[in-house]
Design a protein around this ligand. Structure first.
Ligand code: GLY
Length: 565
């Protein structure tokens, strides 16, 4: 049944997007194939705009800026200038790096700002409304990318988004549902109705006149427009009017940071992923290195044994995440120890094929000397051989729901990614500790995992996903699908997924997941959650085929589209 659904998704995608050549005649089902360059993102408009920039001679970094701004307009649920994100890149000569443009806590933020007088977490204020907003990093990130790697003028890269916002974006069925579902929250957060507060239907068009003005000011005045100019004034005024604490000083102080990526080997493949303040790179390394000695390819894909092994590695990695990981500018993270084979084999030593480990009996590992939906991802490969993986976020769908009416954009609710109180779950059910406590100017821990893979010094794969805490496992399962099970990129992203994160102690399965394994897992003591997660992640990826062509994997769970040439 699931196979049928998967193949159906794949055929639909191939029909919709098959403007590209298909020179590989791959025998298995596959996605869009292109010879030179590709963008896979959450919206067709954004993928096309990124590809057009490369057709005009731009590189992957130019395409990144244009795609990101196009997502702001066409995909307001997560595309943003009011949020933040991460980029991992690999140059054609093999040089790698990463950029952190994650949001930060405002200067006036305090450790217990989401606790009431009795010390209980007031979970609403970290999620909805102006107090939930972290200092946005996206515009700083885009200008940083342009300064270091851009080859076309910034004006040329922002123009397509201005045109899109001016002409309007056609609403898809999924988008109409998402906007309509959030109407009440838009009103609650803004204490009034906003531009997007209507009954939307597929085929309607949304125009963004205020956003056009904002983008034009950024085009003229550059980065400082957002952090020190009229846009900063508008943003601060709106946030403060709604009870938030962001000041002009917060915006003026914001800087994106270049960081060394996390790199490790898995069965001859070099995996390059995001370092803290993302937990993605370290957790993916921990999970893959924990399962490597078991030769997972001997077990059928998504079989009981496959799920057991991955769940037990995930359980242990998320327990460590909760205790050790936070903003590296504030906490000392024992990265090498957490990723060492010796440590990970000790962590897996009590794994028992006969029964599930109980999360209540499992804590973080012991490291000697240690003191202590909505996001969006796109992948790009350019004609020169450069590649990049970018995941950006407002955190929840439409972030805090606060809409800067005079600027035409939503603001994030990233403050909920901090641990408001040790042991208290955030909106993803993730529990944290002091390493991820709130502090002024600190970055909140993330799960975003933009990732690039090379083999024998050659680019193999670019991928990433939205999905909060499930990002890590979505990315990791796609790495295994391709490396261990030889799936095409499209087949891989379309496969049903599962997820375990230590607490809550159950395995979340997508509703499309074949239930055949559930009884055997239950007998081993695993709790199953099969109804609450229709979707786990939305992976947009590119695979380099043996003949050098590129295959796009656009996740059928969304309106995601691969475009190439
Ligand atoms: N806001 C989701 C994440 O950064 O993990």
């Amino acid at each position: 049944m699931n196979k049928v659904i998967t193949l159906l998704f794949i055929s639909v995608l191939c029909i919709q997007c098959n403007t590209q050549v298909n020179p590989d005649s791959v025998n298995k089902p596959h996605g869009v194939i292109a010879k030179k360059a590709m963008v896979v993102s959450a919206r067709q408009e954004a993928s096309k705009i990124g590809v057009d920039i490369m057709k005009q001679g731009g590189n992957a970094f130019d395409a990144m800026i244009a795609t990101d701004l196009a997502l702001l307009v066409s995909y307001p649920v997560a595309g943003n200038i009011g949020g933040g994100g991460f980029m991992v890149f690999r140059m054609k000569d093999g040089t790698t790096g990463s950029l952190d443009f994650r949001e930060k806590a405002p200067i006036e933020a305090t450790k217990d700002m989401y606790l009431d007088e009795d010390g209980n977490v007031n979970s609403d204020t970290s999620k909805l409304g102006a107090l939930a907003v972290g200092i946005p990093g996206t515009i700083a990130g885009l200008f940083e990318v342009h300064k270091k790697f851009g080859s076309l003028p910034f004006e040329k890269l922002i123009d397509p988004a201005i045109k899109l916002a001016n002409n309007g974006v056609v609403v898809t069925k999924k988008q109409a549902e998402s906007l309509n579902q959030n109407k009440q929250n838009f009103r609650k957060a803004n204490k009034r109705t906003i531009l997007l507060d209507k009954d939307w239907e597929a085929g309607d068009t949304i125009k963004y006149p205020k956003l056009v003005e904002t983008l034009k000011r950024i085009k003229t005045n550059g980065r400082d427009e957002f952090y020190k100019g009229k846009t900063a004034d508008i943003l601060v005024e709106q946030v403060q009017k709604l009870g938030g604490i962001i000041t002009k000083e917060d915006l003026a102080n914001y800087e994106a940071q270049w960081r060394d990526p996390i790199t490790f080997m898995y069965k001859g493949h070099k995996i390059i992923s995001m370092p803290p303040p993302s937990s993605g790179g370290i957790c993916i390394a921990q999970i893959l290195k924990s399962i490597a000695p078991y030769n997972i390819e001997q077990y059928a894909h998504n079989s009981t044994e496959y799920i057991q092994l991955i769940v037990e590695a995930e359980r242990r990695a998320y327990a460590d995440r909760s205790y050790f990981l936070g903003d590296p500018d504030f906490v000392n993270i024992p990265t090498d120890s957490l990723m060492s084979e010796h440590y990970l084999s000790k962590r897996m030593a009590d794994f028992d094929w006969e029964k599930a480990t109980q999360s209540s009996t499992l804590s973080r590992g012991s490291i000697p000397g240690y003191e202590s939906d909505e996001t969006t991802h796109y992948s790009i490969v350019d004609p020169f051989g450069n590649s990049l993986a970018v995941t950006t976020t407002l955190n929840a769908a439409y972030g805090s729901k606060v809409y800067v009416e005079n600027g035409g954009f939503f603001l994030n609710n990233e403050m909920d990614d901090f641990s408001a109180k040790p042991g208290e779950p955030n909106m993803y059910g993730l529990v944290g500790a002091d390493a991820n406590a709130i502090a002024p100017q600190k970055r909140m821990l993330s799960s975003m995992s933009p990732t690039i893979i090379e083999v024998n010094g050659q680019l193999k794969m670019v991928l990433g996903s939205p999905g909060g805490s499930t990002i890590i496992t979505s990315v990791m399962q796609n790495i295994l699908n391709v490396i261990e099970y030889d799936m095409s990129m499209q087949e891989s992203v379309s496969k049903p997924r599962f997820h375990h994160q230590w607490f809550p102690d159950n395995i979340k399965f997508e509703t499309t997941f074949d239930t055949v394994v559930f009884n055997s897992l239950k007998k081993l003591g695993y709790a199953i959650d099969h109804t609450n997660s229709p979707i786990i992640g939305k992976v947009d990826a590119i695979l380099v085929l043996p003949n050098g062509n590129l295959e796009g994997g656009a996740d059928p769970r969304g309106d995601d589209t691969a475009v190439g040439f």
